[in-house]
Ligand binder design. Structure first.
Ligand SMILES: NC(=O)c1ccc[n+]([C@@H]2O[C@H](COP(=O)([O-])OP(=O)(O)OC[C@H]3O[C@@H](n4cnc5c(N)ncnc54)[C@H](O)[C@@H]3O)[C@@H](O)[C@H]2O)c1
Ligand SMILES: [Zn+2]
Length: 366
C-alpha cells in the first residue's frame, strides 16, 4: 500500500493506492471524510457498476453508510451540464443535504462530472474520487479540476473542487479495454519526462510487465505518477505557472483531438503524438540532444500503435492559437531539455512548429 499527500495549503488530502481497496471503500470513506456523511451518493457509469457495483455496495453496507447509486450515461458525450442537472435533480428528490457526500467511481468523465456536481450542489459538498481508469488514477483524480463540456469546446465550464481523498485500486484496471489502458500509460510516461527520470527508466525497463498489467509494476507506476502530479499541483494549485508543465504533449495533442473532432484519438494517444512533436521541436531548437530525443520517441511508440495522423498539418497548427491555454495569442510549448526536465517556451517560430507537425507523418508509414 502507498499513500501520497497532496499538500495544498487549505485542503491537504491523501491518495491511497492499494490492490483490493475497492472492497474496503466503506471504511476508507469514513476515514477520509472528517464528518460522518448523512448519506453517500455514488456516481458511476454502467460498465463500472456492472463489474464493481456489488462490491462497493457490500462495503458501504458493512460500514453502515446510507447510500444511493446514481448511474449516469457513459462516455465523453455525457460530460455536460445536462448530466449534472439531472444528477442534482435526483439528489434533491432523494433529499440529499449539505451533510451528504459525493463519491465518483469511474474514469475521468465520472470524476469531472461528479466533482463538478459536488462543487455546485448546495454551493458545495465533499467529494471523494475513486478513479477506475489508468488515466484517472494517474492524472484526472488528483488536483481538484472538475467540469463539463459545452458544444463550443471541452472543459469550458468548471470549478476547482479538491476531493477529501483519492482511493485508487489498481486491480480494477484488469477489466479496462486494452486501448484505454495503453492510452493511460502515456500520462504516466509524461510524468517521467517532465519530472522523474526513474519513471521513464522504469517504463523502458519494465515495459513487458507493465503491458501485462503486473500488479506490483502498476502499483509502483501509479504511485510514482501520483507523486509527480501531487508535487506539481501543490506548488501551483490554480495553474498559474509550474502546473503548466503537466501540459507537456498537450498543446499539439489538444489541437489534434479538436481537428479530428475527438473521434480518431483517445486523449492519451493524441498526447503521445504531442509528446513526439514537442521532443522534435526541442531538438530542432537546440534544447534537446538527438540521442535523448530518439529515446523519448522510442519509449512513446513502444507503448501503443497510435492511430495515424491524416489531418493537414497547417489546420492542426491553426488550432493552436485558439486553444484555451494560449495566453494573449502566444502558444506555450512545454519542451524537454532532458529526460526529467522541461521548460515552458512561448517563442517557438510557427514555421518550426509546422515543420515538426508535418514530420510526424513519417511515422504513419510504419
Ligand atoms: N480533471 C482533470 O484534471 C482531468 C485530467 C485529465 C483528463 N480529464 C478528463 O478525463 C476524461 C477522460 O477520462 P478517461 O480516459 O478515464 O475516460 P472515461 O471516463 O470515458 O472512461 C473510459 C471508458 O472506460 C470505462 N471504464 C472505466 N473504468 C473501467 C474499468 N475499471 N473496467 C472497464 N471499463 C472501465 C468507462 O465506462 C468508459 O467507457 C476526459 O473528459 C478528460 O477531460 C480530467
Ligand atoms: Zn492529459
Amino acid at each position: 500500500m502507498s499513500r501520497v499527500l497532496i499538500n495544498l495549503a487549505h485542503a491537504p488530502y491523501e491518495a491511497v493506492i492499494e490492490g483490493a481497496l475497492l472492497s474496503r471503500i466503506g471504511s476508507e470513506l469514513l476515514r477520509v471524510l472528517e464528518n460522518r456523511p448523512s448519506r453517500v451518493f455514488v456516481i458511476t457509469v454502467s460498465p463500472v457498476r456492472r463489474r464493481y457495483g456489488k462490491l462497493v455496495e457490500r462495503s458501504l453496507r458493512q460500514a453502515g453508510i446510507d447510500h444511493e447509486i446514481l448511474v449516469m450515461p457513459d462516455g465523453e458525450r455525457a460530460k455536460t451540464m445536462k448530466t449534472v442537472e439531472a444528477l442534482a435533480a435526483k439528489m434533491v428528490r432523494m433529499k440529499a443535504d449539505r451533510a451528504s457526500a459525493v463519491v465518483a467511481v469511474g474514469g475521468g468523465v465520472v470524476g469531472d462530472v461528479a466533482g463538478f456536481l459536488a462543487a455546485v450542489y448546495m454551493r458545495g459538498i465533499p467529494v471523494v474520487q475513486v478513479p477506475t481508469t489508468l488515466l484517472a488514477q494517474v492524472d484526472a483524480s488528483i488536483g481538484g479540476k472538475t467540469g463539463v463540456n459545452l458544444v463550443a469546446g471541452k472543459n469550458l465550464i468548471g470549478a476547482f473542487h479538491q476531493p477529501r481523498g483519492v482511493l485508487i485500486d489498481p486491480e480494477v484496471l484488469k477489466t479496462l479495454p486494452e486501448r484505454e489502458f495503453r492510452a493511460g500509460l502515456f500520462e504516466a510516461l509524461k510524468c517521467g519526462i517532465i519530472r522523474d527520470p526513474e519513471i521513464f527508466e522504469f517504463m523502458e525497463g519494465e515495459r513487458a510487465r507493465i503491458l501485462k498489467r503486473d500488479a506490483a509494476a502498476l502499483q509502483w507506476l501509479i504511485t510514482a505518477s501520483v507523486r509527480v502530479k501531487a508535487a506539481v499541483v501543490a506548488a501551483d494549485e490554480r495553474e498559474s505557472g509550474e502546473r503548466r508543465i503537466l501540459n507537456f504533449g498537450h498543446t499539439i495533442g489538444h489541437a489534434l483531438e479538436a481537428e479530428t473532432r475527438y473521434k480518431t484519438f483517445l486523449h492519451g494517444e493524441a498526447v503521445a503524438w504531442g509528446m513526439i512533436a514537442a521532443s522534435r521541436i526541442a531538438a530542432a531548437t537546440g534544447r534537446l540532444g538527438p540521442a535523448e530525443q530518439r529515446r523519448i520517441e522510442e519509449s512513446v511508440v513502444a507503448l501503443a500503435r497510435l492511430p495515424k495522423i491524416r489531418s493537414n498539418a497547417r489546420n492542426i497548427v491553426r488550432r493552436l492559437t485558439s486553444d484555451k491555454k494560449a495566453l494573449h495569442g502566444h502558444v506555450h510549448f512545454v519542451l524537454p531539455l532532458a529526460i526529467g526536465k522541461v521548460e515552458t517556451v512561448a517563442d517557438v517560430p510557427e514555421s518550426t512548429v509546422l515543420r515538426m507537425v508535418e514530420s510526424l507523418k513519417d511515422k504513419n508509414k510504419r
